[in-house]
Design a protein around this ligand. Structure first.
Ligand SMILES: [Zn+2]
Length: 273
């Protein structure tokens, strides 16, 4: 599933191809994915210029003068830039046609979304899907304070609080496991019992883990953009994630797996307290 790093790498990959370019047409090959597409999207966007790209959590944003196109990659979606004339395949649902190339949205499992937020409805951050999202984790100096302050009444396990995304976005299952390992925090610890000093370690770990994933994805940008359709959801070498019973890379103890909220959590019982 594309997580924040994949979405950010996708944004960086398409940005130079779409920013400042005029949309010449929109092709919708079905009526919607997770939700219906705006049926008037072709007339809304034809002739309009994509001013800039953005991202909020896992939502990719294409800003126009008259509104913002919101794209979510769902469970399996990806965007590619292709030359004109490439025959669409079964799971190619949306094309945004530009003068020189096509931005094609492919989504085999169809959990993705393409939505329109008109500028007369105000800032896109106030869109129903975006307004209750937590803060962006990258480039924030106050992440530890936000986590500490936001959890004083939260008895839930810190892993669950991270996944909930209402304090900080983008810390999905893999990155929650890895960040908690780096910070030495047991995933079952009640969020409200974690000190500010430990949240400082966690905040730094979250930022380091996500930045590393983006950097790694950046090196495979061509896979996202290439016409061959190889999609690059990056495999990294994890400390604990998906390593049940394998030796902890730090202390050698076997990595453990527990289930929290129906998701697997991987951790080291010796390094994480
Ligand atoms: Zn260990």
């Amino acid at each position: 599933m594309p997580e924040l790093p994949e979405v950010e790498v996708t944004r960086r990959g398409i940005a130079p191809h779409v920013e400042g370019h005029q949309v010449s047409g929109v092709v919708l090959r079905r009526s919607g994915l997770r939700w219906p597409f705006p049926p008037d999207l072709p007339s809304l966007l034809a002739g309009r210029v994509i001013r800039s790209t953005g991202r909020r959590g896992k939502y990719l944003l294409l800003h126009f003068d008259h509104g913002t196109l919101i794209i979510h990659l769902g469970m399996s979606g990806h965007l590619r830039m292709l030359p004109h004339g490439q025959v669409p395949q079964k799971h190619d649902h949306v094309d945004l046609e530009l003068p020189d190339q096509v931005m094609r949205f492919t989504d085999p499992r169809r959990f993705g979304a393409v939505l329109w937020h008109p500028s007369e409805d105000g800032d896109v951050g106030q869109h129903l899907l975006l307004r209750s999202l937590g803060v962006e984790p990258l480039g924030r100096d106050d992440l530890a304070q936000l986590l500490h302050r936001g959890t004083r009444k939260r008895s839930a396990a810190i892993k669950q609080v991270l996944l909930a995304g209402d304090i900080v976005v983008g810390v999905g299952n893999i990155y929650a496991c890895e960040s908690l390992f780096e910070a030495g925090i047991h995933p079952n610890t009640a969020a409200k019992r974690i000190s500010l000093a430990r949240y400082a370690k966690l905040a730094a770990a979250i930022q380091r883990v996500l930045s590393a994933a983006i950097a790694q994805g950046g090196s495979s940008l061509r896979d996202f953009i290439g016409a061959d359709g190889a999609s690059g959801y990056f495999q990294q070498s994890y400390f604990v994630y998906d390593r049940e019973a394998e030796p902890c890379r730090q202390c050698g103890a076997p990595v453990r797996r527990i289930v929290q909220g129906q998701r697997s959590t991987f951790y080291c019982g010796r390094c994480q307290r």
